[in-house]
Write a protein that binds this ligand. Structure first.
Ligand code: HEM
Length: 450
């Protein structure tokens, strides 16, 4: 049974979380009362020093003592429907750019670039556009970007095509400060004429309707307490930054920003973004032994002793090497269990470099179930699809064509030689998928398809 606020005691942190989930000006006011206002440095008035790529965040993220970038604690996704003209007028484009520039000027970019920062007090965000948005134009979308539809991704990984989202755009905002996200959202909704002392003269809602919003959180303490309060899952270790018990996003198995940046064509400097909502069956996950969880998350060669509590002994890599990745099929046969990480590492490129950069994997409880708001950026959607296929399937026939997957998701039996314990698949159910082009900063306002 859900715990009521009075029973669990509404802590300052609890109120902040509630404010983010609710949104609205009332949520922001409550939040400002708790935090005493927006005590955050502004960004520069001249934005020309900002990176050309909207997705270049690494220099403004917190870095841990092992050199891994740390995803911000809070995440807000605003899904947008375009209401303006096609092609967009200069005035419509100017309204979008001016709103985004005001938000940039209002808050420092992430940590403000300080390498020793322990907290991300400013804002990191980006805006991306879907194939649906580009399909509104007479001209077709450039062939120089590999941007597939969500249906194509769903089909390629053997999932139901009805899970595809059909918005026009998304604004992804992240910060360690809830009030920063809420204030930026209110400016984007046209409810503020100044933000942290910076004038705001236009809003996203001048040309978009905000069709949906999702929020998420990540970090030790935050995930365990909120999942306990809101979905009655008490098994998450307090030290764990995420719901399934291990830290994630090691510098050695994240793609570099260069690797995910589009090189040529009208969107050179941009990237593609995949956003999914994945419902997690945490009860079933925590019913497994710790050893079983480690094998399924990493590989049967990993043990609770080598991984440590919440992955503490893994410094800046998950100790997945080519040998462990290549032994996936043999491990399936020998042990009947394969790890999530060893499977997806098979999709690395010919230099064994990862192809996707997992940007913010925040947990949500707002639908009454634990879910993961997964966001990854990659140069081409194929990079995501092939990585996701590697997560779903174990090719049990070494001679077979790798385009013919052998073991489907949620396979529970060992038929065809598929492992009964197929990574974390059994505990993850896709609810939504969407794909976006994230243009370079210069073209972020209502881009043309060519
Ligand atoms: C659903 C919940 C998920 C959880 C709890 C999870 C957790 C993890 C963990 C603990 C690792 C090892 C540490 C790290 O490198 O970050 C990892 C690695 C990884 N995961 Fe996930 N993951 C999830 C979903 C996904 C999805 C949907 C994808 C997309 C295909 C994905 C792609 C990857 C990749 C590419 C790696 C690095 C593999 C390499 O070494 O090359 N994960 N994940």
């Amino acid at each position: 049974m859900r715990k009521h606020g009075s029973e669990r005691g509404l802590t300052r942190r609890g109120l902040l979380r509630a404010a983010l989930a609710v949104g609205s000006t009332a949520g922001l006011s409550a939040c400002m009362e708790i935090t005493g206002g927006l005590d955050v440095p502004t960004g520069p008035s001249d934005l020309s020093t900002y990176p050309a790529s909207q997705h270049a965040w690494n220099d403004a993220l917190v870095t841990d003592s092992h050199g891994n970038t740390v995803a911000p604690h809070y995440q807000l996704l605003l899904f947008l429907e375009y209401k303006g003209s096609i092609p967009p007028t200069e005035a419509e484009r100017a309204a979008v750019e001016s709103c985004l520039a005001s938000v940039d000027r209002a808050f420092q970019r992430g940590t403000g670039g300080s390498p020793d920062a322990l907290s991300l007090n400013g804002l990191l965000g980006l805006i991306g556009y879907t194939p649906d948005y580009f399909a509104r134009f007479d001209r077709s979308f450039t062939t120089e970007v590999d941007l597939s539809t969500p249906e194509q991704v769903l089909k390629a990984v053997g999932e139901d095509e009805s899970k595809a989202d059909h918005y026009d755009a998304v604004a992804l905002l992240t910060s360690d400060r809830v009030e920063v996200l809420l204030a930026a959202e209110q400016a984007m909704r046209g409810n503020r004429d100044q933000l942290n002392g910076v004038p705001v003269s236009s809003s996203l809602t001048d040309v978009f309707a905000i069709a949906a919003r999702r929020t998420g959180f990540k970090g030790p303490g935050l995930v365990s307490s909120r999942l306990s309060d809101e979905v009655d899952i008490d098994a998450v270790n307090e030290q764990s930054p995420s719901a399934m018990g291990y830290k994630s996003g090691f510098s050695d198995n994240q793609a570099s920003e260069k690797r995910v940046t589009i090189k040529t064509g009208p969107f050179a400097g941009g990237t593609t973004l995949h956003v999914s909502e994945l419902v997690l069956d945490l009860e079933a996950w925590y019913n497994r032994s710790e050893g079983g969880r480690v094998h399924r998350m990493f590989s049967p060669q990993h043990s609770p002793e080598s991984v440590g509590e919440v992955g503490r002994f893994l410094a800046n890599d998950s100790r997945i090497n080519e040998t462990i990745a290549q032994s996936t099929e043999a491990d399936a046969e020998q042990y009947g269990v394969v790890g999530h990480t060893q499977k997806v590492a098979r999709a690395r490129d010919s230099n064994f470099e990862p192809r996707i950069l997992r940007r913010s994997e925040a947990i949500s409880a707002e639908t009454g179930r634990a879910a993961l708001n997964f966001t990854s950026i990659q140069r081409a959607m194929t990079d995501f699809v092939e990585t996701r296929q590697a997560m779903s399937f174990v090719d049990t026939d070494a001679d077979s064509d790798h385009t013919t997957p052998q073991c489907p998701a949620h396979q529970q039996s060992t038929s065809n030689g598929c492992p009964a314990k197929n990574g974390i698949l059994q505990f993850v159910e896709t609810e939504h998928r969407a794909n976006f082009l994230v243009p370079q900063r210069q073209r972020r306002a209502l881009p043309e398809p060519q």
